[in-house]
Design a protein around this ligand. Structure first.
Ligand code: FAD
Length: 285
């Protein structure tokens, strides 16, 4: 893999909007700790089903008030074009310049059907470019282990290229624990003349049950040797955390050493594991 050309390494953090006031207060404490290491931006997820959309907006508003560059996630699966354009205008008024642009997933069991007019993220990227020109910096999702609904690996790569051709500036990957899947993915992209930075998404390991559930749903593989060790720790939370920090720090080191343009941490609204990994990488100034 060749080093992807960027002037500076792209380090960013991801949050989800809390459901309660108490959750929001806890989040503020965690974000203030994370902000001390000067990430390029902090992104906030968006519930395609509708429940978290207002909370995404409020969390972004708070980040802006703290002087932190915020990047809202936006999805198209359950919104009309008019609703999307209205939301983007609100973000523009807030001074937001960066978006994480997705198709989205509908929450299971809600009975909500996709009522969006746009079916795929490439159509959303095209809409944003048509309506807002180059105003927004657009990040899209990439899947080194391939999206679970993709017909096959080749089709998924072609679909990723559609988003790039529609005007995406950069990509963030689904999390993975197998660095070779990422290196192969980036190699394939280079062969397809995809030149945008593809930033690895990093999921710290702190809780085996949650990680296992997420991974089954999103198609990220937990290698057997990691799974077996985590299972053996059972309820020994301290050992899980220590092992998780070790494994993920090593993964990040390998990715950066081999040319990854940065790292995007799925913080799960917690600062401790991310900051330990950050320290292990010697990124603290
Ligand atoms: P797409 O790029 O549209 O791809 C979806 C599937 O359709 C793939 O299998 C692809 O191969 C196929 N496909 C794409 N384009 C076409 C086409 N034109 N024709 C035929 N097939 C096509 N979800 C949320 O709900 N909220 C969030 O905030 C959120 N944040 C995320 C952040 C990151 C960094 C990542 C990696 C994922 C995030 N997700 C989020 C999950 C994401 O919404 C899901 O993975 C979703 O299933 C796919 O979104 P996408 O933008 O990759 O879709």
């Amino acid at each position: 893999m060749h080093s992807q050309q960027t002037d500076q390494k792209l380090f960013s953090f991801e949050l989800f909007p809390p459901k309660t006031e108490e959750g929001m207060e806890k989040l503020k404490t965690q974000v203030r700790k994370l902000a001390r290491v000067n990430p390029l931006y902090v992104s906030v997820t968006f519930g395609a089903g509708g429940s978290t959309q207002q909370r995404t907006f409020q969390s972004v508003e708070w980040l802006v008030s703290e002087g932190i560059e915020a990047a809202p996630h936006i999805s198209c699966i359950s919104s009309s074009v008019a609703e999307i354009v209205q939301l983007l205008n609100r973000y523009k008024e807030q001074g937001i310049h960066r978006l994480v642009t997705l198709r989205g997933d509908l929450p299971s069991g809600t009975g909500l059907g996709g009522r969006g007019e746009l079916n795929y993220a490439n159509e959303l990227v095209a809409l944003i470019r048509r309506e807002f020109g180059d105003y927004f910096h657009i990040e899209v999702a990439a899947y080194p282990e391939f999206h679970p609904q993709a017909a096959n690996a080749r089709a998924d790569l072609n679909n990723f290229k559609r988003k790039v051709d529609a005007g995406a500036n950069a990509a963030i990957t689904q999390y993975f624990y197998n660095a070779d899947a990422y290196f192969r993915f980036v190699d394939s992209c280079e062969k397809m003349d995809i030149g945008i930075p593809i930033v690895p998404g990093i999921m710290p390991i702190t809780n085996y049950g949650n990680l296992s559930r997420f991974s089954d749903a999103c198609g990220a593989e937990i290698p057997r040797w990691i799974r077996k060790r985590l299972e053996a720790y059972a309820d020994d939370v301290e050992s899980i955390r220590a092992f998780g920090v070790d494994v993920v720090s090593e993964l990040c080191r390998r990715l950066l050493d081999h040319g990854a343009p940065g790292l995007h941490f799925y913080t799960m609204n917690q600062s401790a594991a991310t900051l330990k990994i950050w320290d292990n990488l010697g990124l603290t100034e």
